[in-house]
Design a protein around this ligand. Structure first.
Ligand code: SAH
Length: 346
């Protein structure tokens, strides 16, 4: 039983390396229940039972990168590529606003076909039409000047998962021309500029070891991001990792709870990947300390094309049209949708 270690994690918001490794390697079902219970107590004491919603607009599935795990990698010739124009983006926001979204997340591949100025224009126009809304970007690695331009145009938040903080493991997941150092440097720049910054990892990627997860925990502990996103790795049939098993559900929940205990005020989503892996994944994430969900607000006819992994949930409670269903699911576990903007509060 690891209850003492788990209580120490709650009280001190950290553990020594040895105890973290014990937690990863020795936890039982019962320990998992215990840590999830403490993590949700911490979440509820900071956020109550309201779950923030973010409308996810998948801007483009063109990408110049070739990450081995990702279904929209450049080398995947089976993807039908698309990018949204300004009118389409504004229509998504319009629809989202009318059902109560006050944060729009523009996510996409690193698409050379959408110029930085185009994105600046999208941001400005969204801000003009929906001045009370927050804009989150998740558009990968850019230059400091570009990030600054996005910020000056009105973007408030930026999500950039570091994916793994171990250089060798990063090299297993990415082609040699991509660099972990560049990605980490981007995160520091984003924070310096003033973005509410999110990072995170996938759980169960090929060759991931518990020592890597420990490094991830330490990196996030140092960075102190405002948002932490994490979900299981899920395989995609048209990638080099097509036959690699999906990440573990229980390990994903364990990590979520660890992050909640270490970062009581962080915004932590119950991710689409978790909901895609298990029919009760969304609820399980919330009951492990998550306090955000990101329903899909992309045009329905494009959604299938943004296939990061197979069987990605994009309908029902995972979609903007399904907010009523989402609220019902949340109510069934004692929670509800919060329609607040949900900015990070220190
Ligand atoms: N181009 C942006 C957005 C990437 S997609 C960027 O580089 O940040 C958003 C996240 O989806 C990624 O950061 C990754 O953690 C996750 N993702 C990608 N492929 C995945 C897969 N096969 N399984 C689970 N998560 C995946």
């Amino acid at each position: 039983m690891l209850h003492l270690i788990i209580e120490e994690l709650k009280n001190n918001k950290t553990l020594n390396d040895k105890d973290f490794l014990r937690l990863f390697t020795e936890y039982t079902e019962e320990d998992l229940s215990f840590i999830r219970e403490l993590a949700r107590e911490v979440a509820v004491s900071n956020f109550g039972h309201g779950i923030y919603i973010r409308g996810l607009i998948e801007l483009t599935n063109y990408c110049k990168n070739d990450c081995y795990y990702c279904g929209i990698r450049k080398s995947n010739l089976n993807v039908e590529r698309y990018r949204l124009n300004l009118e389409q983006v504004l229509a998504c926001c319009e629809q989202g606003y009318s059902v109560g979204f006050r944060t729009f997340v523009m996510q996409g591949g690193e698409d050379a076909g959408i110029k930085d100025q185009d994105i600046v224009l999208y941001i400005r126009e969204i801000k003009k039409k929906f001045p009370d809304c927050a804009i989150t970007l998740s558009l990968g690695e850019r230059s400091e000047q570009t990030y600054q331009n996005f910020y000056d145009a009105g973007a408030n938040r930026y999500l950039l998962r570091h994916e793994t903080s171990d250089h060798t493991h990063y090299g297993v997941l990415h082609p040699a021309k991509m660099s972990l150092d560049n990605r980490l440097n981007c995160l520091h720049i984003l924070k310096k500029i003033g973005f509410q910054t999110g990072t995170g990892i996938m759980v169960g990627t090929p060759e991931q070891r518990v020592e890597h997860l420990l490094k991830d925990i330490r990196f996030i502990e140092q960075l102190q991001p405002q948002m932490i996103g994490m979900g299981p790795f899920l395989s995609h049939c048209d990638t080099p990792f097509a036959h690699h098993p999906n990440g573990s559900f229980s390990m994903s929940l364990l990590l979520l709870s660890i992050f909640r205990l270490m970062h009581p005020k962080a915004l932590i989503p119950s991710t689409t990947a978790l909901a895609s892996l298990d029919p009760k994944g969304r609820e399980a994430g919330i009951l492990s300390g998550a306090n955000v969900v990101m329903p899909n607000l992309s045009p329905v006819d494009q959604r299938k094309k943004y296939s990061l992994y197979n069987n990605k949930a994009a309908l029902g409670a995972e979609s903007a049209e399904g907010l009523a269903l989402l609220d019902k699911q949340l109510q069934s576990i004692g929670y509800h949708i919060s329609y607040d903007r949900g900015d990070y509060e220190a």
